[in-house]
Ligand binder design. Sequence first.
Ligand code: DHB
Length: 354
Amino acid sequence: MSDVVLHKGSPPVGKAADVDLSTDLAGLSLPNPVFTASGCAAAGRELAPFNDLTAIGGVVTKSIQLAPRSGRPTPRMAETPSGMLNSIGLQGPGIDAFLANDLAWLGEHGARAVVSIAGSSVDDYAKLAARLRGHPVSMIEVNISCPNVEDRGQVFACDPLAAAAVVQAVRRNAPTQVPVFAKLSPDVTDIVAIARACLDAGADGLSLINTSLGIVIDTETMRPTLAGVTGGLSGPAIRPLAVRCVWQVHAALPDVPLMGIGGIRTGLDALEFLLAGATAVQVGTVIFNDPSAPTRISRELRGALAARGIDRMADVIGAAHRPPALVVPESPDPPGDEAPIEERLVRAVTFEEA
Ligand code: DHB
């Protein structure tokens, strides 16, 4: 393989304000690819003082079930190195109160609502999907990967047939024009096999990834810290895992819209997911530390793209999959912004390394 030829001089820095962050997610046109992740901002209301909810990609609501649920006993959160372990147990108001209060509020405020649904049977999911008809829903995210269910057999995303059964039931019952995304677990041997099963069953796209199952043990009490013993690990600790999942699924299924999720804290972290093949991203755990993170990360992403001479976010989706040894002939007169995107990407990389 030949070496990348480095240009001399500065990168062709564009203006951040001119960078086009728009993206298309299974037919849904978005001004911005940054969403809130499920479970980290309830139904978005608390974030409104810190973010313009109409300007970010959208709000993914905490997974809702048919009936109200108080969740697991406490303690249900624990800190970990570069992450957080939680065992909330799908606490929520149930679908009726959610539709009347939360979804209605998001609709009135012009936010794009991605409704995350969770159930313990295929029929639960079918009923939830049907209940969303006639409501202001931009997308449905099917949470088939919650790690905090009583029975590991209910983690539908660990089995291709079970995952497909849920997705098919949701697709059949959901409003026809609303895209259905399945949220997958990293805790599987072959994530591409699960991805294919969901797509064959009618999913329009995939959300990658949910938390990974973990345990923290308190060395004073010498017992697990969480009352539920196991919990879902989130935050920067899982980012390489998540990027790997996005990479593998994009490599196998390059036309499938992907939401990249897992430990995104900065615009550069978001860029990493886009380069791996994500069409949009969700930010979650960082919100506990910085409630303005969706807006800040969008701004940082714009700046990072401008600094690399890239004026359309859509051009970088999956760009890390291109061959490593592209050679750009050194030129005394480096091409302008009309240069093909492949060339601008190479320039962006080589300038950074120079
Ligand atoms: C919960 C649900 C999830 O999907 C997750 O990743 C972590 C926690 C919960 O409500 O317990």
